[in-house]
Design a protein around this ligand. Sequence first.
Ligand SMILES: [Zn+2]
Length: 148
Amino acid sequence: MTKIRVTKRFHFEMAHALYQYDGLCRNIHGHSYNLQVTLIGETKKQPGNPKDGMVLDFSDLKAVVKSKIVNRFDHALMVNSLFSKKQIDLLKQTSERIIVVDFQPTSENIVTYISEILKQHLPSGVSLFSIRLYETVTSYAEWFAADN
Ligand SMILES: [Zn+2]
């Protein structure tokens, strides 16, 4: 039994604004997010099976993360539900993609949110090991299953 971690990297562009933040991030602005999703599982021992030796097919991981995260988040604006309804309605007039969340959209909270979504949609036989979300080239937040 060999346990292996496999990682796939993704990218999406998303805007956010931090509610009542005491710095520049209270303004609507965007980031080029980089997302690294790491799964852990046992390699298949099925000689003759085309997927022998894999933890899972990388394309299966890609399909889940693309459909549940990237396609939804890319070119969206994520805002805290604490913004007034009037403000949110105004934003909806100019943007089709608004994600209203019940948390401050920091990298830490977004990476936690992503973990909650992905946990529900992973193929059997693998589990989420960690997720790393880069907000900038030099800053990232990381979620580890072992910590949570
Ligand atoms: Zn920001």
